[in-house]
Each structure stands twice: as structure tokens, then as C-alpha cells.
Design a protein around this ligand. Structure first.
Ligand SMILES: [Zn+2]
Length: 286
């Protein structure tokens, strides 16, 4: 509505200079909609931005991220909890995508509106009648916005989000069922570290369970931080330690592997819970 008000609220100032053409008999209080915005007003409008809610969206994202860690740490990954959480995250992603699309469409519509206005001849006494009678017509802001929205709706829907948090939430139902399972999008990748149809949760260098799994951005192989640091301590760039990989890697190619962290956390929490259960059974025989 504010866009409409902006358009409807256009005003023009008339001077009473007797050397120019006589004033129209009825001085208008509002300019017809066919008259484009004055270039100063157009610039003001172009600089206008709707309220930015990206900080709220980022904060919500960060809470979803913390929730994922907390759930896996306290072993609260039952199917019901996981279903509810993944569904809520999907709804959040949908709202986030809608907000981004709205922001893009507003920016696009503003640019289109400005360039269409700038193509029109300036409003002068010579062009005034043509504007008033509608021979020359400024674009209608709402129509430009609606057209932009229609164009964006006809675009194909975006593929699965590649951001890390979305990947983790897509993986959650699978790894909550089996922390060592191969994910659907990993199944075609022969290169992942798979033993007997399952993902190994131990570092191939240290042969111990992962403490700080790090993934190579070059080849996707995962090693524990301590293991890869030790491997690269004498020589900063070496062949990837995974047999037959052949990629040259250095420490800066490695980033924390949150997916592997999640697999390990869920596994540790379940082992801890089983141990506690056994200890309880020993104290109080059931
Ligand atoms: Zn590798």
C-alpha cells in the first residue's frame, strides 16, 4: 500500500510567472497518474528500502543451528522430535525464500520503474497536455511490481538449497535413524569414505573416532584435525592421505565438517545413553 500512496501522493508546484504560458484555469492539487515522478522524487524513491528483516532471519538461523547441536548432545533425536524439527525448518526456509524473493522483486521493480520513467520526455508546458490527456503515460508502479512478480513466479523453482544448515537439516532424519548411513546425495559419490556400505566415524590417519572432523574442500575427504595437522606438519602441501586421491592439499583447504560432527555427536550420545542404561540395570536389576 505504501507504494501506491507514494504514487498517488505526487504533487507539482506551479509558479505564477506571467511571462510564461497562462496557468490552467483549474489548478490541480494532484498530478494525474500518467505524469512521471520528478527526477528528484524518483531518486528519493529509488533510494527507499523496505524494512530489512535479514537480521531476524539470521538470528533464527543461528538458533536452528544451536538447536541441532543441543539435540544431538542430549540424545533427543527420536523420530517424532526430528520430524517436527525438520518440518519447522522447512517452513522457516520457505518464509526466508519468500522474503528474499520479495526483496529482489522490489529492487527489480524499482529499477524497471526508474528506467521506464527516465525514457519519457520531461514534463514541460509543451508536454503537459500530452501527459494530462494520457498520450504520454508514466508507468504505473503497482503494475510494474505485479509484472515483476509474475515474471519471477514463472521462473523454475530453485534447486535444493546448498547452504550448510539446509544440508544438515535434510540429512538429519537419515542420520538420526542411522548415524553411519550413506545419504541419498552421497550414494552416487564413489569417493566418500565408505566401509561395508556405511560411513566410517573414525579418522583414517589416527584410526580413532573423530574429535574435530575436517573436510577437504578440494576432494571431500575427511580427517581428524589432529591427524591432518600431524600429516602436514613436516611439509605444508602434500598428496591427500586418502589412498588414490592424488589431490595436493594443505591445512587451509580443510574446514570443519559439521555433517560428520553431527553423525559423531548422535553416536556418542547414544553410546552414553546405552552405558547409563547398563549401569542402571547393574545397580537395580530389572
Ligand atoms: Zn582427498
Amino acid at each position: 500500500m505504501s507504494l501506491l500512496k507514494f504514487q498517488a501522493g505526487k504533487r507539482i508546484a506551479f509558479t505564477t510567472n506571467t511571462n510564461t504560458k497562462p496557468m490552467p484555469r483549474e489548478t490541480p492539487t494532484a498530478v494525474p497518474e500518467s505524469v512521471p515522478l520528478h527526477h528528484t522524487a524518483l531518486q528519493v524513491f529509488h533510494d527507499w528500502r523496505p524494512s530489512d528483516i535479514s537480521a531476524i532471519l539470521n538470528e533464527t538461523r543461528s538458533q536452528f543451528s544451536q538447536l541441532l547441536d543441543q539435540l544431538s548432545e542430549v540424545n533427543a533425536t527420536s523420530p517424532d522430535v526430528v520430524d517436527t524439527l525438520t518440518q519447522t525448518f522447512r517452513e522457516f526456509r520457505h518464509l526466508e525464500a519468500q522474503q528474499n524473493s520479495l526483496q529482489n522483486n522490489i529492487d527489480l521493480a524499482k529499477s524497471k520503474y526508474r528506467s521506464q520513467c527516465e525514457e519519457l520526455p520531461p514534463v514541460t508546458w509543451e508536454t503537459w497536455d500530452a501527459y494530462r490527456e494520457g498520450e504520454l503515460r508514466a508507468p504505473h508502479l503497482l503494475h510494474v511490481f505485479e509484472e515483476t512478480e509474475r515474471d519471477s513466479e514463472s521462473q523454475p523453482p530453485p534447486a535444493n538449497s546448498a547452504d550448510e544448515l539446509s544440508r544438515l537439516y535434510r540429512a538429519l532424519p537419515h542420520i538420526a535413524a542411522d548415524p553411519q548411513c550413506i545419504l541419498p546425495d552421497e550414494a552416487a559419490d564413489d569417493d566418500v569414505q565408505i566401509a561395508g556400505g556405511q560411513i566410517e566415524l573414525a579418522c583414517p590417519i589416527t584410526c580413532k573416532p573423530f574429535q574435530r572432523p575436517m573436510i577437504s574442500r578440494k576432494c571431500g575427504h575427511v580427517f581428524d584435525h589432529a591427524g591432518i595437522e600431524q600429516y602436514l606438519s613436516a611439509q605444508s602441501t602434500r598428496d591427500c592421505p586418502q589412498g588414490a586421491c592424488g589431490q595436493k592439499v594443505s591445512m587451509r583447504d580443510f574446514v570443519p565438517d559439521r555433517l560428520m560432527e553431527l553423525r559423531c555427536k548422535i553416536t556418542r550420545a547414544r553410546e552414553g545413553s546405552r552405558k547409563a542404561q547398563r549401569a542402571l540395570e547393574n545397580v537395580v536389576p530389572i
